[in-house]
Ligand binder design. Structure first.
Ligand code: AMP
Length: 376
């Protein structure tokens, strides 16, 4: 079997690395001649809007999936006549549009932040401060800007080039959590333990898993995940990001793909999110989503720190995506797995000073999370 992945970044690379042992071969479709998945998959260069080239790519594959969200959903929908596309393009088109996504959450009874479309009327009782986000094509904090008051809205909208936007009240959350789940073609859903996420400048900096949450909060997240996946007749792995507001989950957004906050599952779960995505879309039995110990995933943004120093940490696993260093770019990550929180704290925090500036920043973030807090 050959799986075609539209998009050839690190997610495609980790999907291929998980699928190759299952006897599956991979092709990736990406405009970049140096797409980082090309070291483990056959690369086809082409534009994401080039339907003729995408159809030719799909013709060489038994099924097609995608590794990022800004692929043309309508182009993918056209491929369905040629070969299966999983997850379904409907999930992609929904998650590409923040208003559609929020409408879906709301229709399913999932709480979302108060919001309205811009341009459009702002409800009289709308709460500022708020965040203005482009309705489409936003990721990693790009395409969004804080809006302190109604008076600041026009300037913020102009800064986003007056494109259609969503204005969202700022949620006073206690922490950010995400659930990674997988649904197969028969409609069975399995969920990983919730993950605690810390962002810096809108980009995920670190994840801690399993999150320190009550069984009730885990259940709340799983119920939402099942509802959303069923509504979209989803097949594959997806993520839903939440704000935890006093034990009530408020959905921020959904990603119809494997997710950065699930990277810890490669070494920290019985079956990784990447393997489970391949299993689901290829019609293979789903794997166990249980955690093995506790994990901390640290993202390397901009440049990689010293690999040798990292590898002296017990339980550390290094992931170099083979990408050119560039400011703000995710170039790799490290996951440290331990038996318990105390051991994780020893392994991670006490060694982070060896990572120069990025280590200092991560140490501060870890202080925020307070690894030694035992949980609720
Ligand atoms: P997003 O692109 O929607 O995932 O937003 C990126 C990050 O910005 C989130 O992970 C939060 O840290 C922050 N953020 C986004 N929306 C809100 C909101 N309504 N209230 C508070 N923080 C937010």
């Amino acid at each position: 079997m050959r799986i075609g992945i539209v998009g050839g970044g690190q997610l495609a690379r980790m999907l291929a690395l998980a699928g190759i042992p299952l006897g599956i071969r991979f092709s990736v479709y990406d405009p970049a001649p140096d797409a980082c998945a090309s070291t483990v998959a056959d690369l086809v260069n082409g534009d994401f809007e080039d339907l003729v080239a995408l159809k030719a790519f799909a013709k060489q594959c038994d099924l097609v999936t995608f590794d990022f969200e800004n692929v043309s959903a309508s182009a993918l929908a056209e491929l369905v006549a040629r070969c299966p596309v999983r997850p379904p393009p409907l999930a992609l088109s929904t998650s590409q549009d923040r208003l559609k996504e929020k409408a879906l959450f709301a229709a399913l009874g999932v709480p979302v932040a108060p919001h309205c479309a811009i341009p459009g009327d702002i409800p009289a009782n709308f709460d500022f401060p708020a965040i203005l986000k482009t309705t489409r094509f936003g990721y990693d904090g790009k395409g969004q800007i804080g809006v302190a008051s109604r008076d600041a809205l026009d300037a913020a909208h102009a800064a986003l080039r007056d494109v259609p936007c969503v204005l969202e009240s700022k949620v006073a959350f206690e922490r950010e959590l995400s659930i990674i789940a997988v649904r197969n073609m028969s409609g069975d859903v399995r969920c990983y333990p919730l993950t605690e996420n810390v962002h810096a400048n809108g980009v995920l900096a670190l994840s801690l898993a399993p999150a320190r949450v009550t069984a009730a909060l885990q259940k709340q997240a799983e119920t939402i995940a099942v509802r959303v996946a069923d509504a979209l007749e989803y097949v594959g792995v997806f993520a839903i990001e939440f704000f935890d507001v006093g034990g009530q989950l408020v959905a921020n957004e959904m990603a119809p793909r494997v997710h950065n906050s699930g990277h810890w599952t490669i070494e920290g779960a019985v079956t990784s999110q990447f393997e489970n995505h391949i299993r689901a879309i290829a019609g293979l039995p789903l794997g166990d989503c249980s955690a093995r110990g506790v994990s901390c995933m640290l993202n390397w943004v901009g440049a990689l720190p010293d690999r040798a120093a990292a590898l002296t940490i017990p339980g550390a696993h290094w992931h170099d995506y083979g990408k050119q260093a560039r400011s703000g770019r995710k170039v790799g990550h490290m996951t440290v797995v331990a038996e318990c929180r105390g051991q994780l704290d020893e392994r991670v925090r006490e060694r982070l000073s060896e990572f120069g500036e990025s280590g200092g920043v991560l140490c501060d973030l870890l202080d925020l999370v307070n690894l030694n807090r035992t949980g609720d």
